[in-house]
Design a protein. Structure first.
Length: 78
């Protein structure tokens, strides 16, 4: 049975959750977009982190500081 991909647009998630983020996973790092707020008062910020344990722990701390409650991830297999 073939797997079906389900893509979630960060804009759609933001309509549901006030503090959310999308993470794009790459071989050498991750790109993260955090969106905070609903409606016209939206604050979006994009950052990049490496993939070491320490860097991913820093990412977790940054998400907590932003108040992010929900995250979606995207990664493709080579």
């Amino acid at each position: 049975m073939a797997k079906r991909g389900t893509k979630v647009r960060i804009e759609d998630l933001q309509d549901i959750y006030e503090y959310c983020a999308g993470i794009d996973v790459h071989k050498g790092g991750v790109t993260v977009c955090a969106i905070c707020g609903i409606g016209r008062e939206i604050d979006a910020e994009v950052v990049e982190y490496g993939i070491t344990t320490g860097e991913l722990q820093q990412l977790g701390e940054w998400l907590r500081e932003k108040g992010v409650t929900h995250v979606v991830m995207e990664s493709s297999v080579d």
